[in-house]
Design a protein. Structure first.
Length: 136
């Protein structure tokens, strides 16, 4: 299948309506209001919550900086040596979101600054902390 046909098929599956015979001119089925809706930086599933984290090691203190490009940006006081920064991240997140350390799992990025973290066993306090971070 040629690239043009793949584009046509993907666009039609997404609900696009072609306004002309040229494949680049199409109408996507959403309005400008969809762009104004808040986008959650985390995703809930049957186990708990999963989200992306951008870590900066060797900071003066461990703290949340804010949301940056869809990821929670966190400064970590520990150096990135032998998993010390990962341990500090798990300890900090368990304290911040009021869950046990065993409920915080690094899904991906153990050797990277960009990580994917899962929080299991959500409580009302955890959900309250997540909603506070949406306002940052």
């Amino acid at each position: 299948m040629s690239n043009g046909r793949c584009f046509d098929l993907a666009a039609r599956l997404a609900g696009a309506v072609f306004l002309s015979t040229h494949p680049a001119i199409l109408y996507l089925p959403f309005t400008i209001y969809h762009l104004l809706l808040p986008v959650k930086w985390y995703r809930e599933d049957s186990i708990g919550v999963i989200f992306s984290v951008r870590v900066t090691p060797r900071a003066s203190r461990t703290e949340i900086v804010g949301l940056h490009q869809g990821a929670l940006k966190i400064r970590i006081a520990a150096p990135p040596v032998e998993g010390a920064a990962n341990d500090e991240l798990v300890r900090f997140l368990s304290k911040k979101f009021k869950v046990a350390r065993a409920a915080v799992t690094l899904v991906a990025g153990a050797n990277s600054r960009n990580k994917v973290v899962r929080l299991a066993n959500l409580t009302a306090a955890t959900r309250a902390e997540l909603s506070k971070l949406e306002l940052i």
